[in-house]
Design a binder for this molecule. Sequence first.
Ligand SMILES: [Zn+2]
Ligand SMILES: [Zn+2]
Length: 276
Amino acid sequence: MQAIYTKSVKCCWRKQTAISTVNIYPRSHNGIRGFVFFFSQQLSPLQEFNNLKTNFVQIGRTIHAHPELGYEEYETSDLIAKTLTKLRIEVKRNIGGTGVLGIFRGSKLGKTALLRSDMDRLQMIELNDVPYKSIREGFMHGCGHDTHATRLLGATMILSEIKDDLQGIIKFIFHPAEEGLLRVVKYIEAGILETPPVDAAFEAHLWSSIDSARVDIRGLAYYLEKVPGAFFFVGTRNEEKGSTNKLHNVRFNIDEDILHTTSALFAELAVQYLNS
Ligand SMILES: [Zn+2]
Ligand SMILES: [Zn+2]
């Protein structure tokens, strides 16, 4: 089994698309299962959860200020697990080391979607002059993994608000050490894709050369060798807000508005997939 996008998107379709609302339609081609995504300019109905916006920003800033190396994300995984527990989401700790798995069950039976994030820092001195600057000299969230984790927590908050209408299960994996060599393979082995079995997986990485609030879909993820899904890049470049430096740069910083937009996008992806 393989996702159609691991082949088609990478070589043929790398169009950048504005983040707004997304519709997903399952497709199969020559026995390969995949999806067609339609992004439209209309605002996602899930964006309306504006009351959660401050929460996203605060959590993002806390994680940014306390960066931890791969396989040492103790405080970060604690914060993630506590936030998930508060939302009454089933939590499994120590996945492949410091990983955290959240299992969110909707009120109705249905498929299972997996949403993925990482959470490890880089070894570099942050030169951003911001209130949430890294308090750990020599370490920085220079690859945006603080944003990835925050975005996934944001999606869980939004999905909690619509739990009664949710049909199916969403698994949230916060895995350690994206910068490490083992990457996600170890976690697949740890059984993330089993009990309950995952039908599709979605993940995204920030990308600093793509404009803020735009996405670029590709097919690269290890998960996609096992189940259909999609990997995409989320733009964070915003000249007006000074968010122009590249990933792994000592002055890399995000346009914080994407915390809310992409939380809603991830929630929307899951809902659209479960309803497709
Ligand atoms: Zn990186
Ligand atoms: Zn990264």
